[in-house]
Every structure is written in structure tokens, then in C-alpha cells.
Design a protein around this ligand. Structure first.
Ligand SMILES: Nc1ncnc2c1ncn2[C@@H]1O[C@H](COP(=O)(O)OP(=O)(O)OP(=O)(O)O)[C@@H](O)[C@H]1O
Length: 255
């Protein structure tokens, strides 16, 4: 299924609480350079824990009880809540310049220049680049762009996205998805993308893992799975997406 040699391989990953309650069970997948894999499934199915284990960022009380994670490139994470991921007391340009300074090992002056370039790349307005604005002075969509810039400042081989658009309204969701697609084409990072939204998974990810109760129940090409799901749970997930109602008489779906 993977055409290039994998840059991330997860084999038989199992996670449990300290009291041995199983949370993720025997999860395996791999990712090639520049590829995108979606993790979908109901709330509590283990998507975020699987993603966090790639970074070694498991929450307190959860431990890896089995399996191996092999990766020879760096990863960076984009979290669901953009405001929560930013320091409210530090101007955004300064936050970004700090990450560039420590991760790219350039001078203070150069780190600010790179930070401004990253904001430009993310399509943020000039006003935000010229004046030092705090996160509370930015919209949710602008904050999420800054958070993506923070992750890209680490020059990741793999971008780990944990429902990065869930907290945003649908028009901003679309802009963020388009921005991520553009940046992936420009920069060539691979991506693991956690989402509840099958349409977003279809737009971004060529490969899909469907998770239920800590296990992968279906894994393969995204379009094949969405058009011809084999697992009853996948079928249920697809059928639970509300169809747009049709305008009476017109036969046309709402636009
Ligand atoms: N720190 C923790 N201690 C104990 N159990 C936890 C902890 N974090 C998560 N869990 C449990 O692990 C399971 C998987 O959680 P996870 O956050 O990975 O689900 P998810 O599929 O990402 O859900 P959502 O889509 O709602 O974010 C859930 O049952 C959750 O309650």
C-alpha cells in the first residue's frame, strides 16, 4: 500500500492505563515520505492517544504496553484547540521566533525574519506581522494558522494533526484545509490527520484507518473505503453523515 519506504512504522501498538485498562490495542500502520493517513472513528476510539504516542507525548497515567514505533524523521503536532496551544501572555511573532531560534539554531535576528516568513507562508495579514499581537487579538482561524506555523518551524518530516479544524467554523475549516494541502505540496511533509469528518479525511488523506474501541477495524485507500466499506462499523460511520436535504420540487441539493 505504501509506495516509498516508510518514514514511520507502527507495529502492534498497545496502550493501557496504569491499572491495565486497555485503551489502544494492537494498532499497526506505516507512512511513506509526503504521504497522508487519516485516523477516523468515534469519540474515545483511541485516535488521539495513537497520535500522541508517535511524539512520546502520552498523558499521565497512560503507558505503552506493547508494540514498536519506528521513525527516522522528526514530527510536530498541531493541536485541536489553537488558543490553548499558544501562550496568552506572549506576542505571537515572539512565540514563533522562539521556536525557530531553538529548533533551527539560527541567530535571534534571523529567527524573527524566519518567523515573519512563516506567517506570510500561512497567509496571515501584514498587520499581524508588523505589530506584535497577542493570541487574544487574533481570530480562531488566525490562531490555528499560527499554531501550524509553530509546528512547521520545527521543520517536521511528519505533521501530526489532532482535529485541527474542529474548533473552527466551516468556512475557516475549509481555508485551513486548503492551506495545509498547499503547504504539504510545497514542503513535502507526511501527515497523520485525526478527524471525525470523513469529508476532510477524503480531501486530505490518500489512506485511511478506521478506529473503534482502540483497534483499527478497516485500513486502506480512502476513496475505496468510502465507496465500498467492508466493516459494518465503517458502513455505520459513513451512513451517519447527514445528507443535505433536497429543496422540495427542485431536486437540487442545498448549496
Ligand atoms: N489520561 C488518561 N487516563 C485514562 N484514560 C484515558 C486518558 N486519556 C484518554 N483516555 C481514554 O482513552 C480512550 C481513547 O482516548 P482518545 O483521546 O485517544 O480518543 P479519541 O478517539 O481521540 O476521542 P476524541 O475523538 O473524542 O478526541 C478513551 O476511552 C479515553 O477516555
Amino acid at each position: 500500500m505504501i509506495s516509498t519506504s516508510p518514514i514511520l512504522e507502527i507495529k502492534g501498538l498497545s496502550l493501557a492505563t496504569k491499572s491495565n485498562k486497555k485503551l489502544v490495542n494492537n494498532v499497526s500502520f506505516s507512512l511513506g515520505k509526503g504521504e497522508s493517513l487519516g485516523l477516523v472513528g468515534e469519540s474515545g476510539s483511541g485516535k488521539s492517544l495513537t497520535l500522541r504516542s508517535i511524539l512520546g507525548l502520552l498523558p499521565r497515567g497512560v503507558e505503552q504496553t506493547g508494540g514498536v514505533i519506528k521513525s527516522d524523521v522528526s514530527s510536530a503536532m498541531v493541536f485541536q484547540d489553537p488558543r490553548g496551544a499558544l501562550d496568552p501572555l506572549c506576542p505571537v511573532v515572539k512565540q514563533l521566533a522562539e521556536v525557530v531560534y531553538y529548533r533551527q539554531k539560527v541567530s535571534r535576528k534571523a529567527s524573527r525574519i524566519v518567523a515573519l516568513e512563516l506567517l506570510e507562508m500561512l497567509g496571515l495579514p501584514d498587520s499581524l506581522k508588523k505589530t506584535d499581537r497577542y493570541p487574544s487579538q487574533l481570530s480562531g482561524g488566525q490562531c490555528q494558522r499560527v499554531v501550524i506555523a509553530l509546528a512547521l518551524a520545527c521543520k517536521p518530516g511528519i505533521l501530526l494533526c489532532d482535529e485541527p479544524t474542529t474548533a473552527l467554523d466551516v468556512t475557516v475549516q475549509r481555508q485551513i484545509i486548503e492551506t495545509i494541502t498547499r503547504l504539504q505540496n510545497e514542503l513535502g511533509f507526511a501527515m497523520v490527520f485525526v478527524t471525525h469528518n470523513l469529508a476532510i479525511a477524503a480531501a486530505l488523506c490518500s489512506e485511511l484507518c478506521v478506529m473503534k474501541e482502540g483497534q483499527i477495524v478497516e485500513h486502506g485507500n480512502t476513496l475505496s473505503i468510502l465507496q465500498n466499506p467492508h466493516n459494518p462499523y465503517t458502513q455505520m460511520l459513513i451512513n451517519s453523515v447527514l445528507p443535505l436535504p433536497e429543496l422540495e420540487g427542485s431536486g437540487q441539493p442545498w448549496s
